[in-house]
Design a protein around this ligand. Structure first.
Ligand SMILES: N[C@@H](CCC(=O)N[C@@H](CS)C(=O)NCC(=O)O)C(=O)O
Length: 220
């Protein structure tokens, strides 16, 4: 048994249909933490009881198969989703080896598997989102089509630095829009994070640029 790769929507649909546990790791090449999660899955595959349970493991490129990522709200990698009979039974957002191990064991060995998996905590989702990229921007609209002047100006400044970054459109998700304000104690957008730490909004970024500290902050 090995960790297989799901390359198409058809293959994914077929794969998750199984009545035995199917574990899908949504990953991206550029995300270091995905390698760690694949290792965790490989270790789990070596456990005889898990092998006997006919649990399947697969890796799905979250960006290539964006249709599936969207359907299952995979907005950060790594995300591990557990399926049975085509239905999601549980998930772990982020590279949390302990949680992945515990959940795969619970569901594959059938021990006290919850009838309804507890909904994912908003805080866990926000943490995973904030850490989706070293430089993460929560904004209105996308980098190609900002939908607010503050967000547009921030994108222009970031593009000028040549630094690689990722964005999340808070207008697509009211839960994230309101939740992140509270979580980070910052009432407006855009919000810029470096390595999971809030740097600030547009005013702060402009200030850092004026002081010549922006590049160092982004490359921290
Ligand atoms: N001075 C702020 C300007 C940003 C701002 O005022 N954003 C507003 C309007 S786009 C906002 O996000 N309001 C809360 C919301 O729309 O949820 C900064 O430095 O970033």
């Amino acid at each position: 048994m090995s960790v297989s790769t799901v390359e198409s929507v058809e293959k994914f649909v077929n794969f998750i249909k199984s009545p035995t546990l199917t574990v899908v790791h949504f990953a991206a090449d550029w995300a270091d933490q995905c390698g760690q999660v694949t290792e965790v899955l490989r270790e789990l595959l070596k456990i005889p009881e898990i092998q006997a349970s006919k649990t399947q493991f697969a890796i799905c490129d979250a960006e290539n198969l964006s249709e599936i990522s969207l359907q299952y709200k995979v907005d950060s990698v790594p995300t591990v989703i557990l399926f049975k009979n085509g239905e999601q039974v549980d998930r772990v957002d982020g590279a949390d080896a302990a949680q992945i191990t515990a959940k795969v064991k619970t569901h594959s060995l059938g021990k006290a598997a919850p009838v309804n998996a507890a909904p994912q905590k908003l805080e866990d989702r926000l943490k995973a989102l904030i850490n989706r990229h070293n430089v993460m921007v929560f904004m209105k609209g996308s980098r190609d089509a900002p939908r607010c002047g503050f967000s547009r100006t921030l994108i222009q400044i970031l593009n000028g630095t040549g630094v690689s970054y990722d964005t999340f459109d808070i207008l697509t998700d009211e839960e994230v829009r309101q939740g992140l304000k509270e979580y980070s104690d910052w009432p407006t957008y855009p919000q810029l994070y470096v390595k999971g730490e809030l740097i600030g909004g547009l005013d702060i970024i402009k200030e850092l640029q004026t002081n010549g500290e922006l590049d160092a902050t982004l490359k921290a």
